[in-house]
Design a protein around this ligand. Structure first.
Ligand SMILES: Nc1nc2c(c(=O)[nH]1)N[C@H]1C(S)=C(S)[C@@H](COP(=O)(O)OP(=O)(O)OC[C@H]3O[C@@H](n4cnc5c(N)ncnc54)[C@H](O)[C@@H]3O)O[C@H]1N2
Ligand code: MOO
Length: 419
């Protein structure tokens, strides 16, 4: 697919670019009530059906007046001729020397362009107010019709992942339903004869299947994804072909873990190769070196799905997910790119590394007076989940860089906010 020789390593960036070239976003939509659109991908631009605000209105509680009535050098004294409440307009016109009591959000009365806040006025006699120079300037405390959004102009553009502020904005426009891309269907399963499911006895030489649980957790945080959990698939050509075929029929994306390295005992690679166009990459990264990527087709139905064959080691699964799969799922779901949030942190201990591959270290984060400090969480082997569980994020040691000394800074992907 990318002209790579079997034993040649490619960089993380090259692998990302090769994946991106193979992805076509879903093009099916559904209408949903706006609350159901939360964390879904907006399918088309929302044009504002109204001006927001719809009217000139007051930003404060106080008195509406004409800016021309303000005395620059002495007291301004005005007669209060009525009240304007939010939702109840003042009917009439305000002449020179007059003002109207007004509350926040009320429509500005005709003839008024300024609101003096009530804290800045005094009332020398019933029915009158006065305020000194400097209490207000012409045009103060007034919100203009359409200053937020104008009718017919784009309010939210297609591809946006709908967040709480978007729900509020849609509601403020009076929009009850929106068109969103249909959820992206992701099937996932674990492969390996040594894997046991929860509830089964742990036979000699076996391990519990944990990858399906970390994958479930990471996928669930992407709420535009619909999950299809196909369980643990034993390492036989028949079982694997059946699982891959079923997954290709049901899903847009298949994520497997295990069996993508050079081990002799497993059939995963053979079956992947048989059912599709799949490349087996060696990526210049640690953890996460071997990875398969391509497209699998069910030979009977002709249905196909994008395949990520992640390495079996539990930490490698998580790292390859965040390095490659997360962005690809956004792209396939039709969402605009949402790069991982990153922070810069100083390392608390030296880290050895040679240039020529990207490395990811598990770190706990602390703050001091100068910013974030990253502490390694212990053994960094790619099977060690405890140090991943104890970590607050992943420190990224860039491909071209060497090691770090105490106090050197590097990028960290914090787990909070990895959505
Ligand atoms: N000669 C070589 N050996 C290995 C290489 C290599 O390049 N040459 N790469 C190493 C790296 S790096 C990794 S990562 C692993 C990945 O290999 P596989 O994808 O084939 O994974 P498996 O061999 O099936 O499993 C590796 C390891 O992870 C455990 N595992 C697998 N699935 C699960 C699961 N669902 N839950 C929990 N643990 C799981 C499995 O038991 C193994 O211990 O290959 C290296 N070897
Ligand atoms: O992909 Mo591996 O996790 O570097 O051992």
């Amino acid at each position: 697919m990318n002209g790579q020789e079997p034993n040649q390593f490619q960089t993380v960036e090259q692998a990302k670019a090769a994946i991106e070239r193979m992805l076509t976003p879903v093009a099916e939509y559904r209408w949903v009530a706006i609350r159901e659109a939360l964390n879904q991908v907006l399918a088309e631009d929302i044009l504002s059906p109204i001006d927001v605000p719809a009217h000139n209105n007051s930003a404060m509680d106080g008195y509406a007046l004409s800016g021309s009535a303000i005395e620059p050098a002495g007291l301004t004294r005005l007669q209060v001729i009525g009240t304007a409440l939010a939702g109840k307009k003042f009917v009439g016109t305000v002449a020179a020397g007059q003002c109207v009591r007004i509350t926040t959000g009320a429509v500005m009365p005709d003839g008024c362009d300024t609101v003096v806040v009530q804290e800045n006025v005094s009332s020398p006699e019933e029915g009158y107010i006065q305020f000194p120079p400097g209490a207000v300037a012409a045009g103060d405390n007034r919100r203009l019709a359409g200053e937020d959004l104008q009718r017919g102009k784009p309010a939210i553009s297609a591809g946006k992942l709908i967040r709480p502020a978007d729900l509020g904005l849609l509601a403020s426009l009076g929009v009850p339903e929106v068109k969103v891309n249909r959820p992206l269907r992701v099937a996932f399963f674990s492969t390996g004869d040594e894997l046991r499911s929860l509830g089964q006895p742990l036979d000699d030489g076996c391990v519990y299947d944990s990858n399906r649980y970390t994958l479930f957790g990471m996928l669930r945080r992407l709420e535009f994804v619909e999950l299809i959990d196909l369980g643990v698939v034993q390492d036989s050509p028949e079982a694997l072909e059946q699982a891959m075929g079923l997954a290709a029929n049901q899903a847009d994306v298949i994520i497997t873990s295990g069996g993508v390295s050079v081990g002799e005992a497993d059939f995963t690679k053979t079956v992947m190769q048989k059912l599709g166009t799949v490349n087996f990459w060696k990526i210049a990264m640690r953890p996460g070196r071997p990875m398969a990527f391509g497209r699998i087709t069910n030979p009977d139905s002709g249905q196909s799905a994008v395949l990520f064959g992640l390495p079996g080691n539990p930490v490698a699964v998580m790292i390859t997910f965040y390095a490659f799969v997360r962005d690809a799922l956004h792209h396939l779901a039709g969402a605009r790119a949402r790069p991982l949030p990153t922070i810069m942190a100083r390392v608390a201990s030296p880290i050895r590394k040679k240039p020529g591959r990207t490395e990811y270290q598990r770190v706990r984060l602390e703050r001091d007076a100068h910013g974030w400090v990253a502490h390694l969480t212990g053994a960094q082997g790619s099977g060690v989940l405890r140090s991943m569980s104890e970590a607050d994020g992943l420190l990224v040691l860039r491909h071209e860089h060497g090691g770090l000394n105490v106090g050197d800074t590097a990028e960290v992907w914090p787990f909070e906010g990895l959505i």
